[in-house]
Design a binder for this molecule. Structure first.
Ligand SMILES: N=c1c2ncn([C@@H]3O[C@H](COP(=O)(O)OP(=O)(O)OP(=O)(O)O)[C@@H](O)[C@H]3O)c2ncn1[C@@H]1O[C@H](COP(=O)(O)O)[C@@H](O)[C@H]1O
Length: 111
């Protein structure tokens, strides 16, 4: 479970070379950065609306928030991939802010 981001990233990397008709992610790359950013913006809006619903909602609203947040994270990963970045760069930055050097983790990355 903990390596799901690495496994998803491997698929996202592969989709940059795939034909647009074969895959949603490949189609997003083909449409370009503006389309990807449009999706990130849409998913961000849907996430904050879901968060408002979840504040006073029940289990269904909490699950909807989880689903919208997953959509937002997913499209953010596509955005990073389109710009030759990935989740490891963000995790390194979070580690740096947390007071842990991300350098060692970065050096250990598979190339
Ligand atoms: N995690 C996801 C994921 N989350 C959300 N989505 C897609 O993101 C879209 C969400 O956008 P919307 O809800 O706005 O739906 P939509 O109206 O169809 O989208 P638009 O036409 O407006 O672009 C849906 O089409 C979802 O299927 C995802 N598509 C793919 N993945 C992962 O990416 C991998 C590669 O996907 P493919 O490129 O499709 O093979 C898959 O194996 C999954 O693990």
């Amino acid at each position: 479970m903990s390596d799901i981001l690495d496994r998803l990233q491997a698929v996202l990397d592969q989709r940059r070379q795939a034909a647009p008709q074969e895959s949603y992610v490949a189609a997003l790359h083909h449409k370009g950065l503006n389309k990807i950013l449009e999706k990130v913006g849409e998913e961000a809006t849907e996430t904050l609306l879901a968060a408002k619903d979840a504040e006073h909602g029940g289990e269904a609203e909490r699950q909807a928030l989880i689903a919208e947040t997953a959509d937002l994270w997913f499209h953010s990963l596509v955005m990073l991939s389109h710009l030759d970045l990935d989740h490891r760069d963000v995790l390194d930055e979070l580690a740096r802010r947390f007071g842990v050097s991300g350098h060692d983790e970065k050096a250990a990355r598979p190339q």
